[in-house]
Design a protein around this ligand. Sequence first.
Ligand SMILES: Cc1cc2nc3c(=O)[nH]c(=O)nc-3n(C[C@H](O)[C@H](O)[C@H](O)COP(=O)(O)O)c2cc1C
Length: 375
Amino acid sequence: MTTASDLLFSPFALGPLSLPNRVVMAPLTRCRAAEGNVLTELNALYYEQRASAGFIISEATQVSPQGVGYLRTPGIHTDAQVEGWRLVTEAVQRAGGRIFAQLWHVGRSSHVSFQPGRQAPVSSSAVRIRTGHRYTAEGPQPYSTPRALDTDEVPGVVAQFEEGARRAKAAGFDGIELHAANGYIIDQFLRDGVNQRTDRYGGSIQNRARFLLEIVDAVNGVFGADRVGVRLSPLSDFNDMSDSNPKELFSHVADELSARKVVYLHVVEPLSGQALDAPERVTPLLRERFRGALIVNGGYTLETAEQALRAGAADLVSFGVPFLANPDLPERLSRRAPLNAPDVSTFYSEGPRGYIDYPRLGEAQVAAAAAQLSA
Ligand SMILES: Cc1cc2nc3c(=O)[nH]c(=O)nc-3n(C[C@H](O)[C@H](O)[C@H](O)COP(=O)(O)O)c2cc1C
């Protein structure tokens, strides 16, 4: 049983930001962008409701038209998209919160129908995702076979992230997180289950990490390293990902990110019943190698989050589904109050239902009492 002096509800200095607690809102794609992949007041309200997080990491947002792979997901490459995001950042900051933009390019995890001129999506190598389907305006479709970027095209994609950082700054974000997890383009360069290149971006671990590190250098130049974080998922097989030696690869990545002084590393590695320091886990190695803040994610509860902080295994814990269903998650956790149950059927649906209508604590109790009275 944790106590009222829980570490989870103690402040933390993240670079120049003072976080009131260590309950981070994990990035959550919700597919509620309007025409032109632009966010609106509806999305601003959703984020504002969650402003009591230590800080919020936005849903993944595309840095270019080439980076798009999902319906109704926001971008940050047009002026209208920047204005939409400004509604969000202002609402969160007005409510006393802080928000980072998760910058995203899906790479091969796309379909020609999303690509300008129906061209092939781009990736490190021409290796198609075979598992599952991509949901498109034309219905579910097999993934398209990607085209491997030429060596001299890679700096152009790095520049897309740099421009995304510039626009995120213009939109009022407190910082950015590079989405280098879950099998999207940066991960497609990192892991050798996909990357079969023979140029300076493929082969050795140093070469496969080069794309990420060039992006880090570029966005650090825009925001300053103390406002740049990186998300990694070393063992996730989502999007058909794999690597022959994840411990060595991600240890190198952690060393290099540490040298570049990025403010945090955000590691997706579900606990799934393992001890925090189980030998098969990669997170403990990253903790050893990385000198900035470590955020852990994946199925954490009040108890396991507190345990991780007490053990010194992490500085912050991010919550995805619990935050989606509980706008006042930090308060609920600190009071040991029951949590709202998530409604999976509305995770990616359209409109306000299952988005901005999850009750806060007092509202939930009133609703439950009313339901009992009418029963
Ligand atoms: C609806 C939904 C959308 C998600 N969207 C993103 C995303 O945009 N970017 C990302 O890095 N991870 C995304 N994830 C993964 C979550 O950030 C998180 O890693 C996962 O939910 C596990 O954490 P949890 O057990 O606390 O929910 C998403 C997960 C869900 C359920």
